[in-house]
Design a protein around this ligand. Structure first.
Ligand SMILES: [Zn+2]
Length: 425
């Protein structure tokens, strides 16, 4: 059952309480709402005696979604669950757009610019911005949850197989082909890539062998791009033929699909590990295999937060997941860097942004607007505000956008913090 996060009047995290108790605290005026998303209470008076249960925050990082779960080690109860949706793709698109703008500006030759070539240096541990964003999302939420919940242990799913053995984390890189990632790693990589199935007959759960798409006897290489996995029967039946001759031409295409998601996850997972290790609560790591085993053993559904709750050897024997409401936390970013809109040719055609704060509101804040009955737009609206310098703002509700609502009718519900929130049962 999902619990409500509670902090003391001095904002030290206390043991999360049940929803019934949270309601009681609010009706008795013993607590106030500290945050709407995720719902957190602040006690108004100092509690007399407090006991803190052994709470473990468990993380299952994914390329699109990261599962988070706080588990009470003593009772095996999942007391808080969340799914963090990343915006790696949006970051990539935004940077491509910025690069295009800058490139076009450079081509205009309006003044002398010394050439820039090979004069850039990347610091150690540099990550591509899309991965950096994933990493920052997770670190932000680990820090936030620690602020509202007395977490004493961490668990992190670290590896399925290790692309870090590659020098450059690029799966088609030279290091890979020259055999730095030998034997076991290649096998794990292939199993992952071909989803633990025989590429020919699609059977799973049987012993699988590494197989050459173009046989070595006919000039095929040992490169990973020429390798696939098949069951013993198919491997024997194929013999000296190529995959196409064996009637499986699609395998050639399959090998060309990059394993980008997995590479991204491995890189971010290790970066995450280095950030979480040594600072804060003790960190336990687990593998993807163990997570899956834990989940299947306990007969739990495949959800990101359930996977997170199953990470690592510390997973309680009886994991209680009933009645858990999962917070879907979507990274939205905060603002656009662009100062003024451009036309189709890339030239500025609107006035630069006048201000970013109006009446204390910023674009993206969640507000409740109560417009009096004598106004044309009378009504109550809940949604995200888009500020206008005139003071007459737009409110984006769930279904529509209402224009021309003055900020004096608005009341802040939740300050924009780079994420949007939803609850899923
Ligand atoms: Zn087969």
């Amino acid at each position: 059952m999902s619990h409500v996060l509670v902090v003391s009047p001095e904002r030290t995290p206390l043991a999360p309480c049940t929803q019934a108790r949270a309601r009681w605290l609010l009706t008795q005026k013993q607590a106030a709402v500290l945050r709407r998303y995720p719902f957190t209470l602040i006690l108004l008076r100092k509690p007399s005696g407090t006991t803190v249960p052994p709470l473990r925050l468990k993380i299952d990082p994914g390329s699109r979604t990261t599962g988070l779960a706080i588990v009470n080690e003593a009772s095996g109860e999942v007391i808080w669950a969340g799914e963090l949706r990343h915006r790696g793709q949006q970051v990539t698109e935004a940077l491509t757009k910025r690069r295009d703008c800058r490139r076009s500006r450079r081509q205009r030759h309006t003044r002398y610019r010394s050439q820039r070539f090979l004069n850039r240096r990347r610091r150690d541990g540099w990550l591509p911005p899309s991965l950096e964003s994933r990493l920052a999302n997770v670190l932000t939420w680990v820090a936030r949850l620690q602020r509202w919940c007395p977490i004493s242990m961490l668990s992190l799913e670290l590896v399925k197989f290790d692309t870090q053995l590659l020098q450059n984390s690029e799966i088609s890189g030279v290091a890979y082909q020259q055999g730095e990632l030998a034997g076991y790693e290649i096998r794990q990589y292939l199993l992952e890539k071909f989803e633990h199935r025989c590429v020919c007959c699609g059977k799973s759960g049987i012993p699988l062998e590494i197989e050459h798409i173009i046989p070595t006897s006919r000039g095929g290489s040992d490169r990973v791009s020429n390798l696939t996995i098949a069951c013993h029967a198919c491997n024997q039946a194929k013999g000296n033929r190529t995959a196409a001759e064996f009637g499986h031409a699609k395998i050639h295409q399959l090998t060309k699909v990059p394993l980008r998601d997995t590479a991204a996850v491995s890189t971010t997972r290790w970066a995450l590990y280095h950030h979480l290790e040594g600072c804060g609560p003790p960190l336990e790591t687990g593998s993807g295999g163990r997570t899956k085993w834990n989940r299947t053993q306990r007969g739990l559904p495949k959800l990101h937060w359930v996977d997170a709750a199953c990470v690592g050897a510390s997973t309680p024997e009886h994991l209680r997941v009933g009645g858990v409401v999962c917070w879907t936390i979507t990274a939205t970013g905060r603002h656009a860097r662009q100062m003024c809109r451009t036309n189709g040719c890339g030239f500025p055609d609107k006035a630069p942004k006048a201000t970013s704060v109006v009446g204390g509101f910023r674009t993206g804040d969640l507000v409740r607007a109560v417009v009096p009955t004598n106004s044309k737009k009378a009504g109550t609206y809940l949604g995200r505000i888009a500020i206008r310098a005139t003071g007459s703002c737009n409110i984006q509700t769930r279904n529509t956008t209402i224009q021309g609502i003055h900020y004096r009718y608005c009341q802040s519900v939740h300050r924009g913090d780079g994420y949007s929130y939803a609850e899923t049962k």
